[in-house]
Write a protein that binds this ligand. Structure first.
Ligand SMILES: Nc1ncnc2c1ncn2[C@@H]1O[C@H](COP(=O)(O)OP(=O)(O)OP(=O)(O)O)[C@@H](O)[C@H]1O
Ligand SMILES: [Mg+2]
Length: 451
């Protein structure tokens, strides 16, 4: 576990010592100083995760320190300690980027929670950075992005089989990257300069598909006005990718079996066979084993295809890859659309990871492409995500004050809620602290839907 570094800035000696004691006991590495000047020195030297500072300090005060700290590291968490009566300044501090504030006098449990919440954000931020770095280090294989164990296994298999002539069967739900893997195998093999021909077996009826795959001779059927070379012949020396192989009919399964067994084809309407040297990669999103059991897919063909199997797991089973993929697509579509979006907000990342993605990587890709178009800031925010994705997670995000897309209204709401909690919902006390009268508080609560 990472030991978080906290810088405590508090000029009251007793308070300072007390806090050092408590925070150290909670497992943090605490450095404490009693002036803003000393704090600045510290901030420049050590990478602190969080600064906990009193607002009122002799010399450089808390809000000046906040500004300096944010300039130095915008993602350093900053929590302001303020006394009752200075809440305006506290709200101003939040607008300048403080993560939170805590009103004196506070109890230690309250402080513990505020710090814990801020550090959770910090952890997410650090993960974000790590993801960006990983992309730079290219944890990818030919644009196939992934660091999950499953994807590492896939990369390894691709490396093993690319130069063998073995037939490969790629299985996986829609959008998991089957076609991408097929292309990677071909273009990383020594046949890379030879043809790579993808055929969607589900797109054509059986007769047409047979003629496309094996070719036909003139007069083989009405409309066959001349000889035609099929895909197998066209792919000679290279690779043919039979996509959606689970969708081909029985007759064609028989013909394919012959091709796989003898490496020869028979054009439609011809009595002659031709030898071809073609690497076959097939893919399906069907449960082909079940089809074999049910008798709708030939067992012998299945065994012929079954030489090397690559299983692509659904995205929801490799959530660790989601952030990395999101950054990958952000770069791709950011560049394509001339958008300079350099980061993904923590809240977005959380939503993406919580989404079930039935359409897998393709669906994630479309989501990021759309978000890139809609985003107006330099960071992907929740506003640019489709509702279907933002709705998925359980806990509603608190106002993210480090994210400058929140409205003044949200800030108000956040602050009022906080004061209400502090005063145990005593509205007379709360309105006094807020500097407004009770009926105004009542009206605002109604308008902002504060319960
Ligand atoms: N690991 C990955 N890294 C980067 N991009 C990916 C990855 N997996 C899939 N993609 C992208 O997602 C999209 C869908 O991938 P692909 O077409 O290969 O899926 P598929 O499994 O063939 O889907 P279908 O069964 O619907 O044909 C493509 O744009 C592809 O580039
Ligand atoms: Mg496909």
């Amino acid at each position: 576990m990472k030991k978080y570094k906290i810088l405590l800035v508090e000029d009251d000696e007793k308070m300072n010592q007390g806090l050092v004691y408590v925070l150290s006991k909670q497992g943090y590495a605490v450095t404490s100083v009693d002036t803003g000047e000393k704090a600045l020195e510290q901030i420049k030297g050590t990478g602190f995760d969080l600064v906990l500072s009193d607002l009122k300090l002799p010399g450089i005060d808390g809000s000046q320190l906040l500004r300096a700290a944010k300039q130095y590291d915008p993602d350093m968490m900053f929590i302001m300690i303020t006394a009752y009566g200075t809440v305006d300044t506290a709200v101003a501090a939040m607008k300048q980027g403080a993560e939170d504030y805590i009103l004196k006098p506070f109890d230690m449990e309250e402080l513990r929670l505020v710090i814990q919440k801020a550090l959770e954000k910090r952890a997410l931020f650090l993960r974000n950075i790590r993801l960006q770095r990983q992309l730079e280090k290219k944890y990818t294989f030919d644009n196939i992005v992934g660091t999950s164990e499953a994807m590492m296994g896939v990369f390894k298999t691709i490396n093993f089989v690319k130069d063998a002539n073995a037939t490969v069967l790629i299985r996986g739900e829609t959008g998991t990257g089957k076609e991408l893997v097929a292309r990677a195998i071909h273009y990383n093999s020594h046949k890379a300069s030879k043809p790579y021909i993808p055929v969607n077996c589900a797109a054509l009826n059986e007769n047409l598909l047979a003629s496309e795959l094996f070719g036909h001779v003139k007069g083989a059927f009405t409309g066959a006005v001349s000889d035609k070379t099929g895909f197998f012949e066209a792919a000679d020396g290279g690779t043919i990718f039979l996509d959606e192989i689970g969708d081909i009919g029985f007759g064609l399964q028989q013909a394919l079996l012959r091709t796989l067994e003898n490496r020869e084809i028979q054009p439609v309407g011809s009595h002659e066979t031709k030898k071809v040297s073609v690497r076959i990669i097939a893919a399906t999103n069907k449960d082909i084993e079940n089809m074999v059991e049910q008798g709708s897919f030939r067992k012998d063909l299945y065994y012929r295809l079954h030489v090397v199997i690559i299983d692509l797991p659904p995205l929801r089973e490799r959530k660790g890859d989601i952030g990395l993929l999101a950054y990958h697509f952000l770069r791709q579509y950011g560049a394509a659309n001339n958008k300079n979006i350099t980061a993904i907000s923590r809240a977005v990342l959380q939503k993406l990871e919580a989404n079930p993605w039935p359409g897998n990587v393709r669906e994630l890709e479309n989501t990021i492409e759309r978000a890139t178009l809609f985003e107006t800031s330099q960071k992907l925010t929740l506003d640019s995500l489709p509702l279907a994705v933002t709705r998925t997670t359980a806990d509603p995000e608190d106002v993210d004050v480090t994210n400058d897309t929140h409205t003044l209204e949200q800030l108000h709401k956040h602050h009022i809620q906080k004061i209400l909690e502090k005063t145990h919902h005593n509205k007379t006390l709360a309105s006094r602290l807020l500097g407004i009268d009770r009926s105004t508080l009542w009206r605002i609560m109604n308008r902002l839907n504060i319960k």
